[in-house]
Design a protein around this ligand. Structure first.
Ligand code: NAD
Ligand code: ZN
Length: 244
């Protein structure tokens, strides 16, 4: 293994061993190794001259629900995806007694699937869906298997995923939880995020500690006062040991 990476992983291991209150602030890159593409790297999503941001937006949902759902069901709903080593290690650390808060921009539910219990989903989840009229709730399978635009069997209205679409505000409750977790933490690991989606990306500034690690395949320029680990998350987390 490359020497720098080796040294950095050892340092991260020490931070984790010494850490009491750990926050993982993650993005789409946490789930690429589960087979879910991210938005911004070379293999990310971009179709028909419309970016994912244009399609997964509040306006587009109402303007062209069929176009929205075609894209959303195909590119955002990976119901067979399994947690990878990063999701699993975080859950194992929690089980070993660490206080772990996961603040995720992902909507895939994989941290919970891995067993983590303290997950703040800043952008919602594909697993919760509500009728826009009567509020009845539906699971992801119902949406994925629906033909065209999913509508409510009870009242016929369109169903909307509980996902924060571009152009929609974050939930106040999640903002508050994320900020207080960051303020209390003594180790911040930022991973698999281009830090380009606001306001989510701005939250990391609420962390006041000095142990800050950024694990990402690119964007060294954003690392500032972080220890920057340019690597796949899986290659890092597979080396992290759980010490009870
Ligand atoms: P992004 O696509 O903007 O950036 C992902 C970053 O992760 C890139 O910089 C990429 O280089 C890096 N990366 C990719 N795979 C990696 C790996 N294995 N190890 C380390 N780094 C890796 O993602 P974002 O910042 O989360 O913003 C995208 C928005 O789109 C989010 O708000 C999210 O809600 C949504 N989104 C979610 C999912 C999901 O739920 N899995 C997938 C795509 C997009
Ligand atoms: Zn209804």
């Amino acid at each position: 293994m490359n020497e720098l990476l080796d040294r950095q992983i050892k340092q991260l291991q020490k931070y984790i061993d010494d850490g009491i209150d750990i926050v993982l602030f993650g993005g789409a890159g946490v789930s690429t190794e589960s087979g879910i593409p991210d938005f911004r790297s070379a293999t990310g999503i971009f179709t028909n001259n419309l970016s994912a941001e244009n399609i997964i937006s509040h306006d587009y949902f109402y303007y062209n629900p069929k176009g929205f759902y075609d894209f959303y069901k195909n590119k955002m709903m990976y119901l067979d995806a399994k947690p990878n080593v990063c999701h699993n290690k975080l859950s194992e650390l929690e089980k070993a007694g660490k206080h772990i808060t996961i603040i995720t921009q992902n909507i895939d539910g994989l941290h919970q699937k891995a067993g983590s219990t303290n997950v703040i989903e800043l952008h919602g989840s594909i697993h919760r869906n509500f009728c826009t009229n009567c509020g009845a709730s539906y699971d992801a399978k119902f949406i994925k298997e629906s033909k065209g635009v999913p509508t409510c069997p009870k009242c016929g209205s369109i169903i909307k995923p509980d996902v924060v679409l571009y152009g929609e505000p974050l939930r106040e409750e999640n903002i508050n939880k994320a900020i207080s977790a960051l303020e209390q933490a003594d180790l911040l690991i930022v991973g698999g995020t281009s830090l380009k989606v606001y306001p989510a990306a701005s939250f990391i500034h609420f962390f006041k500690g000095d142990k800050k690690v950024y694990i990402n395949l690119e964007n060294e320029q954003l690392a500032e006062d972080f220890m920057y680990i340019q690597s796949k998350l899986g290659d890092v987390f597979s080396k992290i040991e759980i010490h009870e």
